[in-house]
Design a protein around this ligand. Structure first.
Ligand SMILES: Nc1nc2c(c(=O)[nH]1)N[C@H]1C(S)=C(S)[C@@H](COP(=O)(O)OP(=O)(O)OC[C@H]3O[C@@H](n4cnc5c(=O)[nH]c(N)nc54)[C@H](O)[C@@H]3O)O[C@H]1N2
Ligand SMILES: Nc1nc2c(c(=O)[nH]1)N[C@H]1C(S)=C(S)[C@@H](COP(=O)(O)OP(=O)(O)OC[C@H]3O[C@@H](n4cnc5c(=O)[nH]c(N)nc54)[C@H](O)[C@@H]3O)O[C@H]1N2
Ligand code: SF4
Ligand SMILES: [Mo]
Length: 737
């Protein structure tokens, strides 16, 4: 059992500057600390040069997480009675290392897998530890939340080719086309300026930037849009192909850019010819005139500014194609930086290098290197697709994964197909979670290693995606400003990997160099090595309380090789096949299945962050469960009232949730957030914890993308029925609809 303690917090005696590391916002904060250096308050720092005082409810709620009585404060081991109990750190590390050694000796390093989740990506001193640990061990079994999120973007670049200077930044855009993204709530960047997103969007609108949003819901972001295409979820490929068709038919493309860098514009034009405006409008449930206005505004009336997609398109059937078509819009309309343009963020932690205006031909990384044992999926950015992990654990044979180290994630909640995931994780010989709170994953773990929380560790803002989180070359350092709760035996995450590596006789490498393995490096040393390429000395960074802008010499896009034969590949064979598949759907009504008359839509909630923090009392007070949001007219037709229990069923399973009217949602859609619920074996009540939407999804053939094995999480058909009950009690989720 987790020991329950009452949090002891004193009055604030001092304040320190730091920044929040719960999402990509990286908001500058002022943290109040008591005499014991415990976090007692957080507020947005109005003088922060980057985020200008913004902080959301989740970020302001950090004291509750830091001092939570639920938090794991000591290493835990699952005992013979099935419960987790605290054990000494040395014992935990020795036992885990011994078990790993036995598994590797028995069947090789590929028996050991690692999974990184959000908590790992937001910890700069340890984000590279799973890759470093696995490569030292010789295991290719690296996984992360990226391949159950927006890896469609990597697939698109891998199939199209890359343009190193990147897209025109928001600051210089006349228009911004957002597909299935709600950055005003998710504070998640794809080139959209999320440093205090509403303020930045208002400023961009004031200087004349147009906004187009494709979303089944009139989201917080869509409310600012000049045009909102409220298409059905899962129809982005159709809508985007329809836009490309209009643009190419009208000759609104950037002819010079296309002539120089894309050979197959005509092939693309033919391939999208079937996506006529009337057919697209009928299939996507939108008006033809809105589609036409969008093509005109984006490609004809505006001359610069990109299209960008987020989870909406990327999680739907056809997600890889949708991202491909989004990038085709950018290529065809020439929405990239050109020779001589200044580069806003040339690199701070990432080394600066010359950026040339030329195409790097489609690298198709996944066609070489390690593959999943089941399905033969290849790697993206050094990782195998997470959608293949359950099979990798369950399928017998050599190389079967027997040990999983979960770092800062909750894969049991996050990976589609909840029952199979539970079965897979329960069958592991060793499941280790580096995790601060009880989760669906720790409920199955053999060991839990408790990390420090954000304000207890020194850090840099998420650097892997540094140019996405800040359009300017900005970074900062925060020292550890808070002390962990009394009696805690917690460590910065990287230390656990270092200690295990040492016990296994491995040498970890960071940024291409070996870490010392005789005595443990400090967090500061790790961060200093990480920032070795920064154009500023680390101690200068340390002294700059609110961070530093590092423009140095402004970097400009350099000319490309004029003789380069490299071109974008707009229509490789696999893309042509996928596009033909969607063209085939045009003949059918979108909600034509008698049984499944609705589509599911994912959405994120303002006050929760995936599964993280949902059990904290103040978050629970706001979002106790995940409702099923519906359009009020659909509810009236189906005789469903607010608060009624509804059953949502897919091909894979069913869940019962509370119906809630949401007039911002279009008809034909039911929208439910993920991250809630319990494991099937725990059978907790909906009224207590909500329910996992991963009863409705599956990480298997027929319900996922090719290449990245991305399981479909939105835009697939579901049925919705009123059960007759109000305010549902027991979870009643089950397999098979
Ligand atoms: N059906 C469905 N499934 C989905 C999605 C969906 O929309 N629908 N979304 C997908 C997406 S986009 C993602 S990113 C994944 C989420 O995948 P994950 O990242 O695996 O899941 P989270 O729920 O975000 O879990 C983050 C964990 O990090 C822990 N944590 C918080 N702070 C720290 C820290 O300082 N250190 C450490 N070590 N841990 C910390 C939290 O307690 C939490 O348990 O889920 C995916 N799954
Ligand atoms: N508050 C909060 N912030 C978060 C998170 C959270 O859980 N809560 N999660 C974090 C994570 S892990 C991620 S990956 C990012 C994601 O960031 P975003 O991708 O911006 O996520 P959402 O805010 O859900 O916005 C997605 C939008 O897509 C729409 N949509 C759903 N299905 C479709 C579809 O098929 N097509 C189209 N065009 N639109 C569709 C939804 O209505 C929603 O408005 O947010 C991060 N930030
Ligand atoms: S937006 Fe993200 S980084 Fe900013 S306060 Fe909220 S959770 Fe923290
Ligand atoms: Mo995500």
């Amino acid at each position: 059992m987790v020991e329950h303690r009452e949090p002891s917090q004193g009055a604030a005696v001092r304040e320190s500057l730091s920044f929040c590391r719960q999402c990509m916002g990286m908001c500058g904060t002022i943290v109040s600390l008591d005499g014991e250096s415990r976090v007692v308050g957080v507020r947005g720092d109005r003088e922060d040069p980057s985020t200008l005082g913004y902080a959301c409810f989740k970020g302001l709620n950090a004291p509750e997480a830091h001092n939570s009585p639920e938090r794991f404060l000591r290493p835990m081991k699952r005992m013979s009675d099935g419960e987790l109990a605290p054990i000494p750190l040395e014992q935990a590390l020795d036992e885990i290392a011994t078990r790993i050694r036995e598994l590797v000796d028995a069947d090789g390093p590929g028996t050991v897998a690692g999974y990184r989740g959000g908590g790992a990506f937001f910890t700069s001193s340890s984000v590279m530890m799973i890759p470093a640990f696995l490569s030292a061990l010789g295991s290719p079994k690296a996984y992360s939340s990226v391949t159950i999120d927006q890896s469609a973007k990597m697939v698109a670049l891998g199939r199209l080719g890359m343009w190193p200077p990147g897209r025109v930044p928001m600051s210089r855009s006349d228009v911004y086309l957002l597909v299935g993204a709600n950055p005003l709530v998710s504070v998640s960047a794809n080139g959209f300026d999320t440093r205090n997103p509403t303020k930045r969007l208002r400023a961009a609108r004031e200087r004349g930037m147009k906004l187009i949003v494709i979303d089944p819901r009139e989201s917080e972001t869509a409310r600012f849009a000049d045009i909102h295409i409220q298409a059905l979820p899962g129809e982005d490929c159709v809508v985007l192909a329809g836009l490309l068709h209009l643009i190419l038919e009208n000759g609104w493309q950037d002819h010079a850019f296309c002539d120089q860098f894309a050979d197959d514009v005509d092939a693309l034009r033919s391939a999208v010819a079937r996506f006529t405006s009337d057919a697209v409008a009928a299939r996507a449930g939108i008006s033809e005139s809105t589609l036409r206005e969008t093509a005109r505004l984006f490609a004809h009336e505006c001359s610069t500014g990109p299209a960008a997609g987020a989870t909406g398109p990327d999680m739907a059937p056809g997600g890889n194609l949708a991202e491909h078509l989004i990038e085709c819009l950018n290529i065809v309309c020439g929405r990239y930086l050109r020779e001589g343009d200044p580069v806003e963020h040339p690199g701070v932690i990432h080394a600066r290098q010359p950026i040339r205006a030329e195409v790097i031909p489609a690298p198709r990384w996944w066609e070489e290197g390690a593959r999943s044992r089941v399905g033969g999926f290849g790697q993206l950015d050094g990782e195998l697709p997470t959608g293949t992990l359950p099979d990798e654990i369950l399928a017998s044979g050599s190389g079967r994964v027997r040990c999983l180290i979960s770092h800062g994630g909750n894969p049991a909640s996050a990976i589609p197909g909840i029952e199979k995931v539970e079965r897979a994780f329960a069958s592991l010989d060793l499941l280790v979670a580096i995790e601060p709170f009880p989760t669906m994953t720790t409920a199955l773990a053999d060991y839990v290693l408790p990390p420090t929380l954000q304000y207890e560790r020194a850090d840099l803002p998420i650097w892997l995606y540094e140019s996405l989180v800040s359009p300017e070359p900005y970074t900062r350092f925060t020292p550890a400003i808070a002390t962990p709760p009394e009696g805690a035996e917690v460590a910065d995450d990287y230390l656990y990997f270092w200690e295990l590596a040492k016990r296994l006789g491995l040498t970890l490498e960071l940024m291409g160099e070996a870490l010392p393995m005789d005595s443990a490096p400090s967090t500061r040393e790790i961060l200093e090595r990480t920032a070795a390429n920064a154009p500023v000395a680390f101690d200068e960074l340390e002294r700059a309380e609110r961070g530093v802008f590092l423009p140095g010499e402004t970097q400009f896009v350099e000319p490309g090789d004029p003789d380069s034969p490299n071109r974008f590949s707009l229509l490789p064979d696999d893309v042509a096949d996928e596009l033909a598949g969607f063209a085939g759907t045009l003949a059918h009504p979108p909600l034509g299945d008698e049984r499944f008359r609705y589509r599911l839509a994912v959405r994120r909630l303002r006050d929760g962050n995936n599964s993280a923090g949902l059990s904290l009392p103040s978050i629970k007070a706001r979002v106790p469960v995940n409702p099923g949001f519906m359009n009020p007219d659909d509810m009236a037709d189906d005789e469903i009232s607010n608060g009624d229990e509804i059953e949502i069923a897919s091909r894979h399973g069913k869940i019962r949730v509370r119906a809630e009217a949401d007039p911002s949602l279009r008809r034909g859609v039911v929208s439910v957030s993920h991250g809630f619920g319990s494991l099937p074996r725990e059978g907790a009540k909906y009224a207590d914890v909500g329910v996992s939407t991963n009863w409705l999804t599956a990480a298997s053939e027929g319900s996922r993308e090719s290449i990245n094995a991305m399981p479909w999480m939105t835009g697939f058909p579901v049925s919705v029925e009123r059960t007759g009950a109000r305010a549902p009690g027991a979870v009643e989720a089950s397999k098979g609809a």
